[in-house]
Design a protein around this ligand. Structure first.
Ligand SMILES: Cc1cc2nc3c(=O)[nH]c(=O)nc-3n(C[C@H](O)[C@H](O)[C@H](O)COP(=O)(O)O)c2cc1C
Length: 212
């Protein structure tokens, strides 16, 4: 689970990515994203997990905090609003909240920087940096939808983790990897997670081209 870190090229600053895990279902998205970021050359991941995020990591993945923290290059406590990622002077490529609960979505939509997770997201918006929210709830009421409109108007990208059945996923891992791959695309990071559409007739009907 703990892949080796890929250091930046000599003389190059690391590209930092902040990963927030909030208490929506789908803790696996945050974990898989951290694992994928370990394989992106020169990327330094910063993690912050909400209290309920820790609960869903335990419940859905049987993961204790230490096991999750070691997946990131730097792990921050959610109550430490004085951490580096709370400042606009912290240079980074962007932030992903994976998964993003409706509570965290609402906090971001209303600028409630009441924890390090929501403060870091607020900073991304004020600095006009990439903020990707893997918002997860269903069905959605009008308040959820309005909050999605608000964060979109402020520059965030709402990216619900929705399976792409046209790629013929064979496992939950395939479905998760597809969303993580699209998320890395949104950050502009090169990755090898595959699963790209080649056009009708060209796709062999598999997440791994050529394996059918
Ligand atoms: C097992 C579990 C699954 C949950 N799934 C969701 C979900 O999919 N979407 C959501 O918005 N909230 C979900 N919740 C409720 C949130 O955890 C709750 O609203 C919490 O206050 C969110 O806090 P946070 O945004 O600070 O992490 C879930 C809670 C638990 C315990």
């Amino acid at each position: 689970m703990n892949a080796a870190a890929t250091p930046p090229a000599p003389g190059q600053a690391p590209q930092r990515v902040v990963v927030g895990i909030s208490g929506a279902s789908g803790a696996v998205y945050g974990v898989r994203l951290l694992q994928a970021l370990r394989t992106c050359p020169g990327v330094e991941s910063h993690l912050v997990v909400s209290d309920t995020g820790w609960r869903t990591l335990r419940h859905e993945m049987h993961l204790e905090p230490d096991a999750v923290r070691t997946l990131a290059h730097v792990a921050h406590d959610a109550d430490n609003v004085g951490a580096s990622i709370a400042s606009g002077s912290f240079q980074c490529a962007g932030m992903v909240i994976a998964p993003c609960s409706m509570r965290t979505l609402a906090a971001v939509a209303h600028g409630l920087a009441d924890s390090l997770l929501t403060r870091a997201a607020d900073v991304m918006l004020k600095e006009r940096r990439r903020l990707v929210l893997l918002a997860r709830e269903t069905p959605l009421h009008l308040g959820h939808l309005r909050n999605m409109v608000s964060v979109t108007e402020m520059g965030a990208i709402v990216c619900p983790p929705v399976p792409a059945f046209y790629l013929h996923p064979r496992s939950v891992d395939d479905i998760v990897d597809h969303t993580v791959a699209r998320t890395l695309d949104l950050l502009g990071l090169a990755h090898g997670l595959g699963g790209r559409w080649q056009g009708l007739g060209a796709n062999p009907g598999s997440m791994a081209p050529g394996t059918d």
